[in-house]
Design a protein around this ligand. Sequence first.
Ligand SMILES: Nc1nc2c(ncn2[C@@H]2O[C@H](COP(=O)(O)OP(=O)(O)OP(=O)(O)O)[C@@H](O)[C@H]2O)c(=O)[nH]1
Ligand SMILES: [Mg+2]
Ligand SMILES: [Zn+2]
Length: 295
Amino acid sequence: MVTSGLVVRSYSGYYYVDCAGVMITCKVKGHMKQKRFSLCTGDRVQLEVNPDKADEGMITAILPRRNYLERPTVANLDLLVITLALVQPDFSFLIADKLLILAEAATVPVLLVLTKADLTAEEQRERIAAVYRKIGYETFVISSKTGEGIDALRKRLEGKVTAFGGPSGVGKSSALNAIQPGVLRTTGEISTKISRGKHTTRYTELIPFNGGYLADTPGFGNVLMENLEPEALPACFPEFRQFEAACKFSPCSHTHEPVCGVKDAVRENRVAPSRYASYLSILEELKENKARNRR
Ligand SMILES: Nc1nc2c(ncn2[C@@H]2O[C@H](COP(=O)(O)OP(=O)(O)OP(=O)(O)O)[C@@H](O)[C@H]2O)c(=O)[nH]1
Ligand SMILES: [Mg+2]
Ligand SMILES: [Zn+2]
């Protein structure tokens, strides 16, 4: 029998596919491996169910993707929740901006979640949130410890396929557990106990949630900006758009050009200094990558 389903988890060559509520453990058909299909969680696939064992199958094709993210590795998201701690680890504007740019480049809708509100002063968290709200990024400030902001976030995610992505230790799993208590206990293998009793997430897994899915994903260390051309960077800063009409050159790199609407906007504080600093730093990184790849 040929059917289709959603890859909710992949693990050492096996894919767990949800076919209308029935979980089928699949391997990939030989001809697909040759094409080096990078099948991942969130992919919609076609499969042949084993006639002798209804819970086993072979994936024969991957259906076209709506979108795809490398960090975290997941396809067909309605929403990426970029999760960042206000403290422990300290909030970094550069990391936040890098993650936003990767999502913009992949055209995945994003929402920003700032965690560990209970450990910070109101003034500090509002200052950070204001930078992103002003650009138009929906920003939630939450505490998984006190429950602050959790109800509003839960409501926002209903019926959607959402992944929580971000650096390690920012509180992605804690936030998921606060949104749907017990959710990660049912999927015990996806995290491992590390030193001092901490748990760290090892796999990306989609978990059914109020008509949609939530995905916990493993945290990452530094954020590499690969597969992005320096020329594509300005378009990843949505707040630049309204000022670019005043740039003399088009395209404009918003760096050395004498007449530049974006630089004027930075000077007038209409673009956040932290965002322009991130822009310059990431632009340099992308140029270095490009030069290195040419050598
Ligand atoms: N005070 C406080 N601590 C929190 C909060 N959220 C998470 N933590 C703590 O932060 C640490 C890391 O939380 P996790 O939820 O495991 O973080 P993670 O982002 O899932 O980490 P990885 O799976 O390694 O990527 C744990 O010790 C949590 O108890 C919060 O809102 N307030
Ligand atoms: Mg985790
Ligand atoms: Zn310019």
